[in-house]
Structure formats: structure tokens, C-alpha cells
Design a protein around this ligand. Structure first.
Ligand SMILES: NC(=O)C1=CN([C@@H]2O[C@H](COP(=O)(O)OP(=O)(O)OC[C@H]3O[C@@H](n4cnc5c(N)ncnc54)[C@H](OP(=O)(O)O)[C@@H]3O)[C@@H](O)[C@H]2O)C=CC1
Ligand SMILES: CC(=O)C(=O)O
Ligand SMILES: [Mg+2]
Length: 676
């Protein structure tokens, strides 16, 4: 069945004619070895032409890239030798999607829903990605935070089929060989973790694999990056989590974490092996590394590889986008806010640094901008006067002020207008903290970004309840002289909205209610502007429903990755994340703001990702970072053309000619030889 390839034949990946990539060009016969996974699909050779999809028989159904279940037509069933292996009924992809939705809905437990989706991905890839991409709001919380956190915690129990690579510290010296075991030769993006800071759940060691797998599902579902171009990797250097070391189900190395020189050499070798195997432009996304490694590894590699740290830079971008959108509600420029971060780790520093950059673009000097940013970690306010001083990783935000260990007191003393939680401490924004925020400023911005839900610094409901809505008669803010956002309850819905003179502040006959000068849209909401890393259900407040936004880097990293891959960008500058933030912020509509959301709905995240990708791609050419030449005339089209098609395509054997310039997307940069 596997025949040798005749003269001048080409060997292709198993991904269908449109996306096939030649990786061997030869004039001499090439024998396709069925034990090599890339070659498994090439058994139907006609002269100089390969029919790349022609895995016949039961193997066609077992390959999730090729399987369409009952959607195979009669002709396809006969041509592929699967007639009789399927029930007689023909089903469209749409009908199959309905069945998937019904099946998932039948599960009450989210972990079971997660397992259903994992199994679907293993069985029928296109159906999985179409289901996810067309139902982002519904299924993102399953394949991603919060359920993915639970899946990681139970990984030993739910681990079934291999997905991605586990590279252990014992493989040091042989990492390249392990990468060669991965069946796909055309990998463009690798998301990898060492499992030490999985969401806010801490050190989960090899159980952390759920995170790169989940992130890469979003690469495809939200930005259309082709699944075969994505590789999830867990670097297993052990774990310091005693529970896992004693867990009989644990699937990783049962030893303490390797640290120091050996760890660094291991990561060095890994980075080098990746570009050796897949090319210098391979996108290498650091995910969920602990604070002691995240920032320093980013600094070490950012100018050497095409890399970024999602927790630092992706998070920064989504948070700054939220702050930019919030400006439209608060009418305070970024540079007019005071920021207080709970947590002074990777995410906080990433957000703080990008916020500083954004404030500088409004005209502040770096020093002035940094002065507006405070941080609070386990040892209290980052004060240079505190015992032990300010930790190195957050030096730029230390202040020469009185130390303070009580967070509530700190919120009262510093009077931030924006409170940002990246602390992993669920409920840290207590009612007192939230009430204090309401006293500090008319429209406080409150971000509870820690994941999963159990680690969120407060719930959406608490944020609204304790900062009160604008119609509340006990407004803590109502005694202040600033323009108020309070419209007397009697006036709401009685046409007063239209009668308001927006330029003049008027006092209603009940003196404490002022008719403000702001657009009414923003007056009818709760006083806080809230976002969270994990989703919260809509909040009911005073008979109105608010939909708060999800401040999660999933709005950013898929789009950045698509733009980078489409242009074969070789480095990712910080400015790309600011560009992504602006693009995302521009997507927020007045309708979003009116229901309390400072991010577009998740249903729009695919459009957002594409827009970010296009902006990133333009920037890559403007700044000489792209490697795909000549520069495409129409960059938007070029990016769109790279995207995955979730719909079924014909499985009939296609006979196609050898026109590499049309059929193939040849990679511009080839792997760097190890010894030049
Ligand atoms: N929404 C999103 O898109 C993202 C959310 N996150 C979430 O943010 C959280 C933090 O991530 P990351 O910054 O990478 O983690 P880090 O471990 O780098 O930082 C955590 C920080 O929180 C501090 N901290 C821990 N306990 C307390 C406490 N009781 N009081 C005050 N500070 C405390 C730590 O202080 P110390 O170092 O002194 O212990 C550290 O500064 C996680 O839950 C993660 O899931 C992260 C990335 C993206
Ligand atoms: C969202 C994310 O990257 C995190 O919580 O770590
Ligand atoms: Mg992360």
C-alpha cells in the first residue's frame, strides 16, 4: 500500500492540498515509511502527483484531522474504503454541531464537559474547532479558565491520549531528538510551561500540561492558526508540590524541582533545539512560569528568539486595553489615575510597565508615570523603607513612603482610582476595600485578574454591591463637590435623560442629586468599572443587569501569534503589545460600555484577534521585523489567507499538479544548522 515515490516526487505533510508544505524535494526515489507518522497518509501515488489525503479505510476515520464522521458522502465513503464502516445516515457538520451541543449540555459537571471536548478534539478536529469558535462564550470557560484549572489539578486522573510533548530534565542533552519525535514538521508556534505557576493554583508540575494545550486550542479557535502548526510542551523539571510528590496518580517526574545552573542550561538547550528543529521564526510562548524565572528568562531571550511571556506581556496588553476603554467612562486620562496593584509579580509588573508606556504617550515623563503606580505584595506596600526593601523584580515601583502592611489601610491612604489584583488571593478585595474605592473616586476601576474563579480578588457582584450603583441614595460619594454620576431615581426612564443640558451641571430640587455633564449612558451603571480574569455571570443591581468583561490575555495572544506567524516575524517588541491593546480598546462599543463591559463580547473575540493580527503584521513590516518577502500588497488579505478553515472540505482524492508557487507556503527561514 505504501509505494515508493517515483522520479522527482515530493513528500508532503498530511494536511490537505491547500496547506501542504513540501519538506523533501528530491530527484531520486523516496520511500515513504509507514512507521513515520508524516508519511502515513501518502499511499496513493499517481505518476508525479501525490494525493495527500488518501489514508484509506478505518485509518481515515481514526485520524482526527481527516475524520468527518457521518458527514462523509457516499462517493467519499466508497473512494476511501469506509463504506459500511459508518451508519447509513448522512449528517451535515451543522447537524453534528447540534448533537455536540446537546451532548455537552447533558453534563452537569464542567470537568465532564471538558472531557467531552477533549475527546471530540481527539476524534474530529474540524468539528471541535468549529464548535469552539462558534460558541466562544459558552465553551471558553470549559477549555480555558476556570475549568482548565480543575482539569490540571485532576490531570493524573483524566490523562488519556498524548497531546503535546513532555520533555524532562533527564532529557537534557537530547532535547532536539525528542522534538524530532513530534510528528508534525511544520510547527510555527510552541506554547510551553514548566508548570510552576499554573494560573493562581501554584506548582502543578507536569499536571500543568492542560495550560499549553488549552492556550493552543485558542490559537486555532480564536485566531485560526492551523492546529498542525501548534505544539504544546511541558518542561518537566520536577515539582516542589509535596501533595503531588505523594500523589499516586502523578504523571510527572517524582522529584524536587531542578533549579539554578542546570535548569538554565536545560532551558537554553530547549530554546536552541526549537529553532534548530523548526526555524528561527518559531514563536515560543512562555506560559505560567513562576516569578523567579518568568521575567529574567524573558529578558534573557527576547532579543535572541521570537518569544514573549504571555503572563507578563499578554496580560499587560489586555489590562491596558481595559484601562483605555475605561477612560471613555471615567473621563480620566490614563495619566490622571493612581494605580494600586495587589501582587507585585509577573502580571502586575507587566501591566504596570505597559501602563507607564501608555501614560508616557500621553505626555508624562517615565518618572512621573512611575510615581502614579503603587504595588503591594505579601510583605505589604512596596516601600523602600520596609524591612527587606523592595524585591529586585519590582524595583521600579518601590516608593520612598511609610511602610504599610494592611491592605485596606493602604487603599485608604493611597486613594487609588484603579485597583488591580494579580495576587492569586481569592477574596482579597474585601467589602471594606471596595467601599474604600467608592469613597476614593467617583468611578473606581476594579480589576480582579487572578485565575481561576476561586482566586479572583472579588466577584463581579461584590464589586457592584460594595461600590454601589449610581442610583443608590446612600452614595458615599454624594457629599463630594465633584460632578456626580447620580441621576435621581425619579428621573430615570421618564425622558429626563434627553432633557439634560449636557454642558451645564444642574442641581435637582433634592440637592444631593446632581444632573451631571456626562453622557447619560454611563450614568445609569454601577459606580465601579469591573473586569475579571475568569468569567462571572451577569450581575443584577437595582433591577438592571450588568455584563462585566473578562480581562484575560486570551483577547491578545491569539491575534499576536497570528500576526507574527503570518509575517514570520523574528522578534516581538514591547510596542506590539501596546498596539494590540489599542486595537482591542477600539473594539469596545458604546453598547458594551452601557452594560458595564470594557471589553467586546467574547462572541467578537475572533474579529478582535484578526484585527490585532493585521496591526501586528503591518507593524512587523514597518519595523523591519518580518521575514516573509516580498511584502504582501494587501496585508489584511495575506493574514486572512493563512487562517484555518473550520468547515469540512471534500475528502475525495484530489489529483493536483505540482505548482509550488501556488500550492505551497514555503517557509522563508530554514532551521539554523547546529554547527555552522
Ligand atoms: N487575567 C489574565 O489574563 C491573567 C491572570 N493572571 C493571574 O494573576 C495571578 C498572578 O499571576 P503572576 O503575576 O504571574 O504570579 P506571580 O507569582 O508572579 O505573582 C504573584 C504576586 O502576588 C503576590 N502575593 C501572593 N500572596 C499575596 C498576598 N497574600 N498579599 C499580597 N500579595 C500576594 C506575590 O508576592 P510574593 O512574590 O512576595 O509572594 C507576587 O508578587 C494568577 O492568579 C494568574 O492566574 C496571570 C496572567 C494573566
Ligand atoms: C490567563 C493566564 O494566562 C493565567 O492566568 O496565567
Ligand atoms: Mg498564564
Amino acid at each position: 500500500m505504501f509505494s515508493c515515490v517515483p522520479r522527482s516526487l515530493k513528500c508532503c505533510t498530511n494536511i490537505g492540498p491547500k496547506r501542504a508544505l513540501p519538506y523533501v524535494l528530491t530527484n531520486s526515489p523516496v520511500f515513504l515509511d509507514p512507521t513515520i507518522p508524516q508519511c502515513r497518509t501518502y499511499h496513493e501515488v499517481t505518476g508525479n502527483i501525490i494525493c495527500p489525503n488518501m489514508v484509506r479505510g478505518i485509518d481515515h476515520l481514526r485520524d482526527p484531522r481527516l475524520n468527518k464522521g457521518l458527514a462523509f458522502t457516499l462517493e467519499e465513503r466508497q473512494a476511501l474504503g469506509i463504506h459500511g464502516l459508518l451508519a447509513a445516515k448522512f449528517k451535515s457538520q451543522e447537524e453534528q454541531l447540534d448533537i455536540c451541543r446537546i451532548s455537552i449540555d447533558r453534563y452537569e459537571d464542567n470537568l465532564n464537559k471538558y472531557l467531552y471536548l477533549v475527546e471530540l478534539q481527539d476524534r474530529n478536529e474540524k468539528l471541535f474547532f468549529r464548535l469552539l469558535s462558534e460558541n466562544v462564550e459558552k465553551y471558553l470557560p470549559i477549555v480555558y479558565t476556570p475549568t482548565v484549572g480543575l482539569a490540571c489539578q485532576r490531570f493524573g486522573l483524566i490523562y488519556r491520549r498524548p497531546r503535546g510533548l513532555f520533555i524532562t530534565i533527564n532529557d537534557k542533552g537530547h532535547i532536539f531528538n525528542i522534538l524530532k519525535n513530534w510528528p508534525e514538521p511544520d510547527v510555527r508556534a510552541i506554547v510551553f510551561t514548566d508548570g510552576e505557576r499554573i494560573l493562581g493554583l501554584g506548582d502543578l508540575g507536569a499536571y500543568g500540561m492542560g495550560i499549553p494545550v488549552g492556550k493552543l486550542s485558542l490559537y486555532t479557535a480564536l485566531a485560526g492558526i492551523k492546529p498542525h502548526q501548534c505544539l504544546p510542551i511541558t518542561l518537566d523539571v520536577g515539582t516542589d508540590n509535596q501533595d503531588l510528590l505523594e500523589d499516586p496518580l502523578y504523571i510527572g517526574l517524582r522529584q524536587r524541582r531542578t533549579r539554578g545552573k542546570e535548569y538554565d542550561e536545560f532551558i537554553d538547550e530547549f530554546m536552541e533545539a526549537c529553532v534548530q528543529r523548526y526555524g528561527q521564526n518559531t514563536l515560543l510562548q512562555f506560559e505560567d512560569f513562576a516569578l523567579i524565572n518568568a521575567g529574567r528568562l524573558l529578558q534573557k531571550y527576547r532579543h535572541k528568539y521570537c518569544t514573549f511571556n504571555d503572563d507578563i506581556q499578554g496580560t499587560a496588553s489586555v489590562a491596558v486595553a481595559g484601562l483605555m476603554a475605561a477612560v471613555r467612562v471615567t473621563k480620566r486620562k490614563l495619566s490622571e489615575n493612581i494605580y494600586l496593584f495587589l501582587g507585585a509579580g509577573s502580571a502586575s509588573n507587566g501591566i504596570a510597565n505597559l501602563t507607564v508606556a501608555a501614560m508616557m504617550s500621553e505626555g508624562l515623563t517615565e518618572r512621573q508615570a512611575r510615581e502614579r503606580v503603587y504595588m503591594f505584595d505579601v510583605d505589604g506596600l512596596l516601600s523602600t523603607r520596609r524591612e527587606g526593601g523592595v524585591p529586585e523584580h519590582a524595583k521600579a515601583f518601590g516608593k520612598d513612603i511609610e511602610p504599610e502592611k494592611d491592605f485596606e489601610a493602604c487603599v485608604a491612604k493611597i486613594k487609588p482610582s484603579c485597583l488591580i489584583g494579580c495576587s492569586t488571593v481569592g477574596g482579597a478585595f474585601t467589602p471594606n476595600v471596595l467601599q474604600q474605592m467608592a469613597k476614593n473616586i467617583e468611578r473606581p476601576v476594579i480589576f480582579a485578574l487572578s485565575n481561576p474563579t476561586s482566586k479572583a480578588e472579588c466577584t463581579a457582584q461584590a464589586a457592584y454591591d460594595y461600590t454601589e450603583a449610581s442610583t443608590g441614595s446612600n452614595s458615599a460619594y454624594s457629599s463630594r463637590s465633584d460632578p456626580l454620576t447620580i441621576l435621581h431615581p425619579f428621573l430615570i426612564g421618564k425622558g429626563w435623560e434627553r432633557k439634560v443640558d449636557l454642558t451645564v451641571e444642574k442641581t435637582h430640587r433634592k440637592a444631593k442629586y446632581l444632573i451631571p455633564e456626562r453622557p447619560l449612558l454611563h450614568r445609569l451603571k454601577g459606580r465601579c468599572i469591573f473586569a475579571s480574569g475568569s468569567p462571572f455571570p451577569p450581575v443584577q443591581y437595582n433591577g438592571k443587569e450588568y455584563h462585566t468583561g473578562q480581562g484575560n490575555n486570551s483577547y491578545i495572544f491569539p491575534g499576536i501569534a497570528l500576526g507574527v506567524i503570518a509575517t514570520a516575524t523574528h522578534h516581538i517588541p514591547e510596542t506590539m503589545f501596546l498596539t494590540a491593546a489599542r486595537t482591542l480598546a477600539n473594539y469596545v462599543s458604546e453598547a458594551d460600555l452601557s452594560i458595564g463591559r470594557i471589553y467586546p463580547s467574547l462572541a467578537e473575540v475572533k474579529d478582535v484577534s484578526l484585527s490585532i493580527a493585521i496591526e501586528v503584521a503591518k507593524m512587523a513590516y514597518d519595523e523591519g521585523l518580518a521575514s516573509v518577502y516580498p511584502e504582501p500588497k494587501d496585508i489584511s488579505k495575506h493574514v486572512e489567507n493563512q487562517m484555518y478553515n473550520y468547515n469540512y472540505e471534500s475528502s475525495m482524492p484530489v489529483v493536483w499538479g505540482w505548482k509550488p508557487e501556488e500550492k505551497f507556503n514555503v517557509r522563508p527561514i530554514q532551521p539554523v544548522p547546529k554547527n555552522i
